[in-house]
Design a protein around this ligand. Structure first.
Ligand SMILES: [Zn+2]
Length: 340
């Protein structure tokens, strides 16, 4: 395990050049318009690396397309015609930043919109110091990450994941809409993902509800393009949790996987709860840099102080000055009675 890995580096770390973005040549789809724009945060440009070679559109063609578009940026079309627009051999893996990719479901109709939507969230996250740092942790060139096993499971994908350290996927039917686990790549032929207990299954995989399909409503909690509405842990004046906050939370789970911390805390009797201490920055996790609360601090949102589902109440997280004072892994492990 790489649990002796140094603590995540602080703000003195130079920004990572993960963010080179190539224009796609197409007008942004309305699905990518995300509404929250807190004061002082500049609007950001388009998002993801194109999955196909970029075709620079002829200006005349652009003008024609724009003229044909309605107020929502796209002319209404019959469903059948729209379905035909989906390329049959769509690339399933779309790289966002080094080591980080979106993995689409096979035959997914809203795939392009999903890739762009996730790209918008990643762009927002990259506007923060802690966002740049955590995404750089998934860059295989930065070292320290476990090698992806080229063996039994991942081998079937023909090495497609050799330089991938995190995949973000639309949740499959019946799956949990916001969930991070690990997997072992996909079958090169069928696209079917591998799960199970094989040691090679160490690529963290974030499953995200595909908001292009509509809202997801679970027990009064609504997931939309804006984020989560009606979350039981929301402070009174914080009705919507922006999607980038939700996404950052899942990145924190993914970091625990690639850093080996998860393997160490799995030995704790209250594993799930302890994992959320780190990920949210509650209880013993107050001061942990790669936490939802650090991100909230950096985008000037109130700290989260509860995780009801896990029975965690931590009002002191609201008093902490987030994003400055970091607590090391060793300190937190010691407080939890865990071996480093
Ligand atoms: Zn969580």
């Amino acid at each position: 395990m790489s649990s002796d890995r140094p603590h995540p580096r602080g703000p003195e770390r130079p920004p990572h050049p993960a963010t080179v973005v190539q224009p796609s040549g197409r007008p942004p789809h309305p699905a990518t318009v995300v509404q929250r724009a807190p004061a002082g945060r500049p609007p950001h440009a388009a998002t993801v690396w194109p999955s196909r070679p970029a075709h620079p559109a002829h200006p005349a063609a652009v003008a024609q397309t724009r003229a044909a578009q309605g107020p929502f940026g796209r002319a209404p079309q019959p469903i059948a015609q729209r379905a035909q627009e989906v390329p049959k051999e769509r690339p399933l893996l779309h790289r966002l930043t080094p080591g980080v990719a979106v993995l689409l479901l096979k035959d997914m109709k809203s795939g392009d919109d999903f890739v762009k939507f996730i790209g918008v969230q990643i762009d927002k996250i990259l506007e923060t110091e802690v966002g740049k740092e955590i995404l750089a942790e998934f860059n295989p060139k930065n070292g320290g990450l476990p090698e992806v096993d080229g063996g039994k499971e991942e081998g079937k994908s023909k090495g497609k994941y050799a330089d991938i350290r995190l995949v973000i996927c639309p949740v499959e039917k019946g799956g949990t809409p916001l969930h991070t686990r690990t997997f072992g790549g996909t079958d090169a032929g069928t696209g079917k993902p591998y799960f199970g207990s094989n040691a090679s299954e160490q690529i963290p995989r974030i499953d995200i509800w595909d908001v292009n399909l509509g809202n997801f409503d679970k027990a009064g909690r609504v997931i939309t393009k804006n984020g989560i509405e009606g979350h039981p842990d929301k402070p009174k004046d914080d009705p919507v949790w922006p999607f980038d906050v939700v996404m950052f939370h899942e990145l924190c789970h993914a970091y625990l996987h690639v850093s080996g911390i998860n393997a160490a805390i799995a030995k704790h009797a209250r594993y799930g709860v302890v994992e959320e201490y780190f990920v949210t920055g509650l209880a013993e996790g107050i001061g942990w840099r790669y936490s939802e609360n650090t991100y909230r601090g950096q985008i000037k949102m109130k700290a989260r102080t509860n995780y009801q589902e896990q029975g965690i109440k931590s009002p002191e997280a609201g008093e902490f000055v987030w994003g400055k004072n970091n607590k090391s892994k060793a300190e937190i492990f010691k407080a939890l009675g865990l071996d480093g």
